[in-house]
Design a protein around this ligand. Structure first.
Ligand SMILES: [Zn+2]
Length: 265
């Protein structure tokens, strides 16, 4: 079972403390973060309404992990299809990956990286992820567009103290990094703000409009008992292993015998 599946089960586990379940949710976000860890976490805190004290509403943790899981299942299906396609291409001798306009043409491992934790798409994660997975941007100089909203609103700059980022002005997705810079004061201010977000859990404002309901999902399956692995060595090798053990025992007998001889002298 993957780390994500294990920790998703822990988020559901009502025998655990809300703090432990919150830590499990954090591990799930580490495992799958379409906007990067900080912005994805901030989004889930708002969409699921996680309060600053998760003990006050432990079910919010379940809502958050289910939204994340629904998006992750879409991504995993896309990864599986991509893997099968690559096998077929390699069989035809096409070993190099050719840009095809899909989201994998982007730099970095993220689907839609949002460097500013508080500026990211507001729609449910499965909706955004599905849109990015289905996006097509022809390779070339015009490929720097937002795959989430089309980028019709232009771009804005956002500095994190290390990079100058060019973000989609409508949804916060990074279009490109404009350059590097060393600005310790900016970096310190960003870190301070992140700590505030982390400790506040990004709870929703009172009176905020209700968020769209996610499709119902069955509870996670019980973890199956892990069968003890059987010895898969062929009989020939098993015999060889027995011979090696026998040789080792013989050596020990010789050593013991030699020691006894020395004592006898
Ligand atoms: Zn956008």
């Amino acid at each position: 079972m993957t780390s994500f599946a294990t920790h998703r089960q822990r988020v559901h586990d009502t025998d655990r403390s809300a703090r432990a379940r919150h830590a499990a949710l954090r591990t799930c976000v580490v495992s799958f973060a379409p906007y990067g860890f900080r912005a994805t976490y901030h989004h889930l805190c708002h969409s699921a309404g996680i309060p600053s004290d998760p003990e006050a509403d432990p079910d919010s943790l379940v809502r958050a992990v289910e939204e994340l899981d629904a998006a992750r299942r879409l991504w995993r299906a896309d990864e599986a299809a991509h893997g099968e396609r690559r096998v077929r291409e390699k069989a035809l001798g096409r070993r190099a990956v050719v840009p095809d306009g899909g989201w994998r043409d982007q730099p970095g491992p993220w689907l839609a990286f949002c460097p500013d934790p508080e500026f990211h798409p507001a729609e449910p994660l499965p909706v955004v992820v599905a849109r990015v997975l289905a996006s097509f941007v022809p390779p070339g100089p015009d490929a720097e567009v937002c795959r989430v909203c089309g980028g019709a609103g232009g771009t804005t700059r956002w500095r994190d103290g290390h990079l100058v980022n060019r973000l989609c002005a409508r949804c916060g997705v990074r279009i490109r990094a404009d350059g590097a810079e060393a600005a310790p004061a900016v970096a310190a201010a960003r870190e301070k703000r992140w700590k505030e977000i982390w400790s506040a859990k990004g709870g929703r404002e009172p009176g905020a409009p209700p968020l769209p309901e996610l499709p119902p999902r069955a509870p996670p399956p019980e973890r199956p008992a892990t069968p003890r692995p059987r010895c898969e060595l062929p009989k020939r090798n098993r015999g060889r292993r027995s011979d090696q053990k026998a040789d080792k025992r013989k050596k020990l007998v010789h050593i013991t015998t030699d020691k006894e001889k020395i004592r006898a002298k």
